[in-house]
Design a protein around this ligand. Structure first.
Ligand SMILES: Nc1ncnc2c1ncn2[C@@H]1O[C@H](COP(=O)(O)OP(=O)(O)OP(=O)(O)O)[C@@H](O)[C@H]1O
Ligand SMILES: [Mg+2]
Length: 243
């Protein structure tokens, strides 16, 4: 997919989250957004997903301008999947219903098809035996895998993931990263905000470093991570690889 953000500003009251952000990527299947805390990764992800509008500037994904126009943004939002850091699932619905109900009610699949699709995704993510558990009865890693299954169930054009592993311990992190890698292998188009440099390098083809609401560097994932071309990028990568 092609992504283009031009002079994007996102202002929350006095706070400028994105400050003339410019990113142009000609072709990526899996883009990782990395950078220091508060740098603007989540904001960028929300704007790209169409969850929010920019204060100014333009956002283009392939041929579609999705920035300013609410109708276009909503149409775009219907064709994407979103996974956040935590609290993704409906707490009052079991794992199966969390996946099946949106398929039926939002995407207008038949009830039988929705359940069949949900069951097959639960199998794929090794969750079938847990299908009748409520989110509170699932581990963090299981919850996130259900959330990923739900996000991909309607076969969206793009899946946006915002630090899907940051609330998890290392073992559960590995489970969820495996699930995301399986999406990369299945050629899903992904945009992931992550603090996991090793994962970004392995799974993403392209990496963008965002700091202070601006683009620091963008390019081939291993190139940017192993041989950053700017002092600011080196500073961030050295700090994040230290621990
Ligand atoms: N809804 C909001 N209201 C006010 N300020 C916000 C809001 N969302 C983000 N910000 C501010 O915008 C800046 C960028 O935030 P953002 O969440 O995009 O950073 P981030 O790179 O995702 O950080 P982290 O790595 O900690 O998740 C921060 O200074 C943040 O405080
Ligand atoms: Mg964030």
């Amino acid at each position: 997919m092609r992504l283009e953000l031009k002079s994007v500003v996102k202002q929350y009251g006095q706070q400028r989250a994105l400050d003339n952000l410019n990113i142009a990527i000609l072709d990526t299947s899996c883009l990782a957004l990395i950078g220091p805390s508060g740098g603007g990764k989540s904001t960028t992800l929300r704007l790209l997903a169409g969850l929010e509008a920019p204060t100014s500037g333009s956002i283009r994904i392939n041929e579609n301008e999705i920035g300013s126009d609410a109708a276009k943004r909503n149409a775009h939002l219907k064709n994407v999947g979103v996974v956040f850091q935590s609290y993704n699932l409906f707490p009052h619905l079991n794992a199966l219903t969390n996946i099946a109900l949106p398929l039926e009610k939002v995407h207008r699949h038949s009830k039988a098809d929705s359940i069949t699709k949900a069951e097959s995704l639960l199998q794929q993510f090794q969750l079938f035996e847990h299908r009748f558990k409520m989110p509170s009865q699932l581990s963090g890693g299981q919850n996130q895998r259900v959330a990923i299954a739900r996000a991909i169930a309607p076969d969206p054009d793009i899946v946006f993931l915002d630090e899907p592993t940051s609330a998890l311990d290392p073992e559960m992190t590995a489970e969820v990263l495996d699930a995301i890698e399986s999406l990369v292998e299945a050629k899903k188009r992904l945009v992931i905000a992550t603090h996991q440099m090793g994962f970004a390098k392995q799974a993403a083809d392209t990496v963008a470093i965002i700091a202070g609401g601006k683009l620091v560097e963008v390019g081939d994932a291993s190139q940017v991570i192993d041989q950053p071309g700017t002092e600011r990028a080196r500073e961030f990568l050295n700090a994040s690889l230290k621990f």
